[in-house]
Design a binder for this molecule. Structure first.
Ligand SMILES: Nc1ncnc2c1ncn2[C@@H]1O[C@H](COP(=O)(O)OP(=O)(O)OP(=O)(O)O)[C@@H](O)[C@H]1O
Length: 247
């Protein structure tokens, strides 16, 4: 569980375009915040700023009261895990499920090379982890992830992102490429992991129902700023029509 703080964070491009504009956000430990916003509102930019993929040109980012504004993306990855929209993004396609899990176990370590015997000794653990998902992944420990379905691959990405209890979990439209049934299953799994592990989580989504049904807080972004920040009480009263006003 982590506390995240963005203080008047801006990102100005070389052409003077501000894709993040004096954004301030305070995330409490255990917050599960859903994030909405139209195309180009700055949702991925916010995540890129948090992970260090994009550097702030102004402002400060603190994680657990430590200033991480100048910390490299690689170092931040020790504490921050991200699941992307594209199932191809989270796993190495030619590596098997077990190999990907062995790699995920190394998150935060300098040398991210696993040894064969580590896969052997952790096989039962990997099997049980995969079985907990409930989509048959445990029968594919030796399958290259490129041969899995999109849903299985996204579930594996989520498993890999959460297996070492990250301080912060960033979900970047992680159900967007899945069919409705599989997307629903992945959201149930997400809720299960977030609750069980007490994770601090930010989730970008274009599904307004998911934004309403999950999490304890809801943020609407526009033009690189926070347009609206609904707390738990306000969010509980929100209806779909209220959100449609923002688009
Ligand atoms: N690295 C970059 N270089 C130049 N422009 C960028 C960069 N990253 C983002 N932008 C611009 O910043 C704006 C916000 O983009 P961003 O990807 O954050 O939007 P988004 O809210 O995630 O949109 P979508 O819902 O379409 O994914 C867009 O105009 C985009 O073109």
């Amino acid at each position: 569980m982590a506390q995240l703080e963005l203080k008047q964070a801006s990102i100005e491009l070389d052409n003077s375009l501000k894709i993040m504009d004096q954004l301030s956000l305070s995330v409490a430990p255990g917050d599960f915040i859903t994030i909405l916003g139209g195309n180009g509102a700055g949702k991925s930019t916010l995540f890129n700023a948090i992970t260090g993929n994009l550097r702030l040109t102004e402002g400060i980012i603190e994680l657990n009261k430590t200033n991480i504004t100048q910390l490299s993306e690689e170092k931040r990855a020790t504490y921050i895990a991200r699941v992307f929209q594209d199932p191809k993004n989270g796993t190495a396609p030619r590596m098997t499920v077990a190999e990907n899990l062995a790699l995920a176990m190394k998150r935060g370590e300098k040398r991210k090379i696993f040894k064969r015997r580590e896969i052997k000794s952790n096989r039962d653990y990997f099997h049980d982890l995969c079985a907990s998902i409930g989509n048959g992944l445990e029968n594919h420990l030796d399958t290259p992830t490129g041969n899995l379905s999109g849903g299985q691959r996204q579930a594996l990405s989520l498993l890999m992102a959460t297996m070492k209890d990250p301080d912060l979990l960033l979900l970047d439209e992680h159900t967007a490429a899945l069919d409705p049934k599989t997307a629903k299953q992945l959201m149930s799994l997400t809720q299960k992991f977030v609750t069980k592990k007490n994770l601090t989580c930010l989730m970008i989504t274009h599904h307004m129902e998911d934004a309403l049904n999950f999490g304890n807080r809801l943020i609407v972004l526009e033009k690189g700023c926070i347009k609206k920040d609904f707390n738990q009480e306000e969010k509980a009263k929100l209806q779909l029509e209220d959100l449609l006003r923002f688009f």
